[in-house]
Design a protein around this ligand. Structure first.
Ligand code: TYD
Ligand code: MG
Length: 457
């Protein structure tokens, strides 16, 4: 029997430390180390005493032919199916992470109801809410009459015994992994050791029975409960459910998918009767747009394979401070500094005595460098007080030398812009020539200086 030993485990990344410390060596987070016994962690204890059993290795070539695409369970909720790459995969484990209160339980209740209505056996295991509470939510969502099976359990062995009864389930939802615990580990529920061991047991169940499982995980900044990051590498797919405070829409973002594309998003709107799909996010993000004002530029962006148009707003104002402020919401702060530096160095635009604020409308987050050109246009427009044409979209990456660089998917970006009634585009030279329509009106500046000259006019 392995000797019981005390370790301090980071609740954020799972790194084990022999001694307590204020800061984790692994991820650099503060106050995340928690004392945990390791005598019966994975791979030690009674399990490691079992007799080895010979497995079977098969040649890869003999597999071809009889295996097609991963067998999927389609929910019919388009935005969810898009994010999972076409539905839940049988025998796989998916992690759905997000801030508390963002709507994870709501999303999965709706998914469970949709699947149950299609004749699948769905079990919703909740460790956070009583069955009556789940039923209340289902009533509010108008899905209380669907044959989803509910269980309020937290012990993994009990859960496996519960779902082992009757017909094999197609999908098991575990809400949330932070409440699960197994007899095999001694630590308290919510610690890294428990979360890992419980997730491991459920994943083993999925692989051996062919049921799909969904693990719900809360994300926290404080190290009090283990972050879902510690199970990210164990599961087949990771989706994050995000939203900005004060806004009603939610984005389901794929960050890992062993069976499909990553970088996909599903867009929803939270209402008083649950989540509603938003099949055309550009309309949502541009919805609040009024007539063209100085400092606003529409960026034709991409999320995975999907074009998304958003408005970028800049405010450049004389600064009373010695060191002017730079504040960014929805974009990269270092990237803004870079665009400002290129504007100063190559285009003769001075921001040194001005505060600069940059905001992506609707609380949306952009991660693409292709937004450089739209950001630069918004900044120059605000500084000069000259509004940009209201029917123009911008996209293109800017290099440190001030050149405008090509980006991927120019065709889809232009098509989306056209669909939403835009008539002009400013885009990189050297991007493939999409035929007809808006591209005939596209202007392709060689350098950022050309764009500045055109705006300042
Ligand atoms: P919930 O799904 O419980 O969040 P999570 O499981 O991620 O913690 O959603 C909680 C929030 O959603 C709560 O603030 C209420 C809101 N909500 C609505 O606005 N409309 C609804 O129909 C439902 C069910 C919840
Ligand atoms: Mg919940």
């Amino acid at each position: 029997m392995a000797k019981s030993r005390v370790q301090f485990i980071c609740q954020n990344c799972g790194t084990a430390h022999a001694r307590w410390a204020g800061k984790c060596d692994g991820c650099g987070e503060w106050n995340t180390l928690v004392e945990e016994g390791t005598s019966s962690g994975i791979g030690s204890g009674p399990q490691s005493l079992r007799k080895a059993r010979a497995g079977r290795a098969v040649a890869l070539t003999t597999l071809s032919g009889d295996i097609e695409d991963a067998p999927r369970i389609v929910t019919g909720i388009g935005e969810l199916d898009r994010a999972t790459g076409g539905g839940f995969v049988r025998g796989s484990a998916l992690l759905v992470g997000g801030d508390p209160g963002i709507g994870k339980s709501t999303l999965l209740t709706q998914a469970a109801a949709a699947l149950a209505a299609r004749g699948h056996r769905i079990i919703y295991v909740s460790g956070e809410e009583a069955v009556a509470q789940i039923r209340l939510r289902a009533q509010r969502l108008g899905v209380a009459e669907t044959p989803v099976e509910l269980a309020a359990e937290t012990n993994v062995e009990d859960i496996l015994a519960t779902i082992g009864d009757g017909k094999r389930p197609d999908l098991v939802i575990l809400d949330s992994i932070q409440t699960l615990w197994t007899d095999l580990a001694e630590s308290a529920p919510g610690t890294v050791t428990q979360v890992r061991a419980a997730a491991q047991a459920m994943i083993r169940y999925a692989k051996s029975t062919g049921a799909a499982i969904v693990l719900v995980g809360h994300v926290t900044k404080e190290g009090q409960i283990a972050g879902p990051r510690v199970v990210e590498h164990m599961v087949d797919g990771v989706l994050y459910f995000e939203g900005e405070g004060g806004h009603h829409y939610r984005i389901l973002r794929t960050v890992k998918n062993r069976f499909g594309p990553t970088d996909e998003i599903g867009v929803f709107e939270m209402g008083d009767r649950g989540l509603r799909e938003v099949p055309n996010p550009s309309e949502l993000f541009l919805g609040e747009r009024s007539a063209a004002a100085p400092g606003a530029a529409v960026f034709a962006g991409m999320e995975g394979t999907r074009p998304v148009l958003v408005e970028i707003q800049a405010l450049v104002a004389p600064s009373p401070l010695g060191t002017p402020r730079r504040a960014v919401v929805g974009w990269d702060s270092p990237r803004l500094s870079m665009v400002l530096a290129v504007l100063e160095a190559h285009c003769g635009v001075r921001f040194a005595t001005h505060d600069v604020y940059l905001n992506v409308a609707g609380g949306y987050r952009i991660s693409e460098p292709a937004a450089d050109l739209a950001v630069a246009a918004a900044l120059v427009s605000s500084l000069t007080g000259l509004a940009l044409p209201a029917d123009c979209v911008y996209f293109g990456e800017i290099s440190l030398s001030g050149a405008v660089r090509p980006v991927a998917h120019a065709g889809s970006r232009l098509k989306e812009a056209e669909k939403l009634g835009f008539g002009q585009a400013v885009m990189p030279p050297g991007n493939e020539e999409p035929a007809g329509g808006i591209s005939a009106q596209a202007w392709r500046p060689e350098s950022l200086a050309d764009l500045v000259a055109r705006i300042a006019g």
